[in-house]
Design a protein around this ligand. Structure first.
Ligand SMILES: *Cc1c(COP(=O)(O)O)cnc(C)c1O
Length: 481
């Protein structure tokens, strides 16, 4: 495929503009003026449209095929959610913040307020702030809330406890909020080692960050005990809610003893993701943390029945995002929740867990399963058996690309050697799962029979097997002819 610069033809134009009637500024300093024209591609409108349309066809997405990327919840997102988000496109984002402006956008404020209440209900929290713009941003907001809590109580805290299976953003967020990390290894039973956790706890621990189910797809049966131990030191329990898709409507983090939680609306609640597009990582808190929530906050005025915007709050951690977060993502989450309803959310979680266990059972004869117990919404295999023939997890990932699948997550979680982490989600049919399982079995058989054939995969893509070491060392980011 040619680059847009390679398609450029000198003098070709997409748009003919009339001569400018604005006088040329005569007094600009010479050193600021261009000596040559900018090196832009010259194309007709047709060339341009074809170029980008063809590029867009190279994109892989949930709308084109199965995308079992573990820890990412790449579910199909119904188009009705996009329609509802577009309903608000006429509303100027600063309306609510102008003097008297709240009166003109009670509908939008009401949506945010109702969504916060629904998310609080789903997570068992007392209040939810919609501001954070992604999961990691929610974690950092959460860690700032933790710091504000301890500061207000006069507690001197230095550490945040994180299990070694956690998503890399957990220790990173805690470090950005100024904490040092204590990492607890995973026990052979697949959860954070309880004895080592007990030994690590002390009066300088600010919070314990947990993902439940964890990134091995396992629900920790000791979670209440862990929360009790943390609370006995006045350490707060932080719930990384990126895996909520496994437990929506079944279990509430608040009931398990967690004090604050972030959700990934772009994983669980109806927003497509994966290209760095807008996300949302709302943070829910128990009563003791409400005074520290970010501003502005939406307050329900009992006397008038209206919603108003509160911009000052003495103990607040302050302003962390504009416009109450990515509003379009909120509209989609709101639509998702009211469309599915309570029973629908429960059914989605149950189906997600069933699908993962179906894959687990059918692939268990072919791939090593480091943790054998019933999984939640995702299952982690290891390619260690295939490695004996010289075939790595990455080779199996490349094989799957040729079969038309987005590969599962590989080499994460870090505590599983040659990890292959599969998350099918609830939106896939049994026929799709079966076809994927057959492809995985074919890879396992080929690994034994002809391991060398993996070396050149993928072969059906525009760019075939990359030399990843060279790509990292010898980067050519932009190729201009
Ligand atoms: C995706 C994910 C995150 C980070 O969320 P982003 O929205 O990508 O910042 C954190 N924790 C876990 C377990 C995740 O899967």
């Amino acid at each position: 495929m040619q680059l847009i610069y390679e398609k450029s033809v000198s003098g070709r134009k997409g748009v003919m503009l009339p001569a400018s009637d604005i006088p040329v500024a005569a007094d600009l300093p010479q050193n600021l003026l261009r000596s040559e024209s900018a090196a832009l591609p010259e194309l007709s409108e047709t060339d341009l449209v074809r170029h980008f349309t063809n590029l867009s066809h190279l994109n892989f997405s949930v709308d084109t095929n199965f995308y079992p990327l573990g820890s990412c919840t790449m579910k199909y997102n119904a188009k009705i959610l996009e329609n509802s988000a577009s309903l608000f496109s006429g509303l100027h984002p600063v309306t609510a913040l102008l003097p008297g402006g709240a009166e003109y956008c009670q509908g939008a404020l009401g949506l945010l307020y109702d969504l916060s209440q629904m998310l609080a209900d789903i997570t068992g929290m007392d209040e939810v702030s919609t501001h954070p713009l992604a999961g990691a941003h929610g974690e950092m907001t959460g860690m700032l809330l933790v710091a504000a809590y301890h500061k207000a109580k006069g507690n001197r805290r230095k550490y945040v406890v994180v299990p070694d299976s956690s998503h890399g953003t957990n220790p990173a967020s805690a470090a950005m909020a100024g904490y040092e990390i204590i990492t607890i290894p995973t026990a052979p039973y697949g959860d954070m080692d309880l004895d080592l956790f007990r030994q690590a706890m002390n009066n300088e621990v600010a919070a314990v960050m947990m993902t439940c189910p964890n990134t091995l797809g396992l629900f920790n049966p000791h979670i209440k005990e862990i929360a009790d131990i943390a609370h006995s030191y006045d350490a707060l329990m932080y719930y990384d809610g990126a895996n909520l898709n496994a437990i929506m409507g079944k279990v509430r983090p608040g009931d398990l003893g967690f004090d604050l939680v972030h959700l990934n609306l772009h994983k669980t609640f109806g927003t497509p993701h994966g290209g760095g597009g807008p996300g949302a990582g709302p943070v829910g808190v128990k009563m003791c943390l409400i005074p520290f929530l970010p501003v502005p906050r939406i307050i329900h005025d009992e006397s008038s029945g209206n919603l108003r915007v509160q911009t000052d709050s003495p103990l607040s951690i302050g302003h962390i995002a504009n416009f109450f977060g990515n509003f379009g993502v909120m509209v989609k989450a709101y639509t998702y929740i009211i469309t599915l309803g309570r029973d629908g959310l429960i059914q989605a979680s149950e189906q997600a867990v069933l699908n993962a266990n179906y894959i687990k059972e059918r692939l268990a004869p072919w791939y090593d399963l480091p943790y054998q117990q019933t999984c939640m919404h995702e299952v982690v295999f290891s390619a260690s058996r295939q490695l004996k023939y010289g075939v790595h997890a990455i080779d199996i990932a490349k094989f799957l690309i040729d079969k038309g699948y987005h590969p599962p997550t590989v080499y994460f979680p870090l505590n599983v050697k040659e990890a292959i982490m599969i998350e099918p989600t609830e939106t896939e049919s049994k026929a799709t799962l079966d076809a994927f399982i057959e492809a995985m079995i074919e890879a396992a058989v080929l690994a034994e029979k002809d391991p060398d054939s993996f070396k050149s995969m993928p072969v059906t893509t525009v760019v075939s097997r990359l030399d990843e070491t060279r790509a990292a060392r010898d980067r050519v980011v932009c190729h201009v002819v």
